[in-house]
Design a protein around this ligand. Structure first.
Ligand SMILES: [Zn+2]
Length: 158
């Protein structure tokens, strides 16, 4: 008798565990909950049939996936792992919305910086324009022709 060597599936089903047992590599005896979960959701014999239809190199992933999905279905009998997927999609949507809002804010701030720089340049231009006008207009009164003609007119009157 190899009772102590039986896998979790064969222990659960109270049968002898053959040396080529399809469950044995994926449902070890030290983790009985793993087989109990897939057995509860899919039925032990269905799990065995699925594993047999799949190439050996994919059976570990398949067993992990079945166990994960079974646990999800036990925790959330209505949606199972679809509930997790839709929650994650919602998180992605919310994060994308948040990202778009932040990118909009960044664009707005960049525009404000550009406008502030433009205003500063405009102010500088206005100042230099005023300065130029002042410099240009200041000599104008001193070069007023009447002031230059006046001394000439004075000797003419004398
Ligand atoms: Zn077995």
């Amino acid at each position: 008798m190899m009772i102590s060597g039986r896998c979790a599936a064969c222990k659960n089903q109270r049968r002898r565990c053959p040396s080529d047992c399809i469950f044995s590599p994926h449902f070890p005896a030290n983790d009985p909950q793993r087989f109990a979960s897939v057995h509860k959701i899919y039925g032990g014999s269905n799990v065995g049939k699925m594993l047999q239809q799949i190439p050996p190199y994919l059976r570990e992933q398949t067993a992990n996936s079945l166990y994960f999905e079974a646990q999800c279905r036990i925790q959330d009998p209505v949606y199972g792992c679809v509930g997790i997927i839709s929650k994650l999609y919602e998180e992605i949507r919310n994060t994308e919305t948040e990202l778009a809002q932040i990118q909009t804010q960044i664009t707005c701030h960049k525009l404000q910086v550009v406008q502030a720089n433009n205003n500063a340049e405009t102010n500088m231009n206005l100042l230099s324009t005023v300065g130029a006008e002042t410099n240009f207009q200041m000599p104008a009164p001193s070069t007023n022709p009447t002031e230059f003609q006046w001394p000439n007119q004075v000797p003419w009157f004398h």
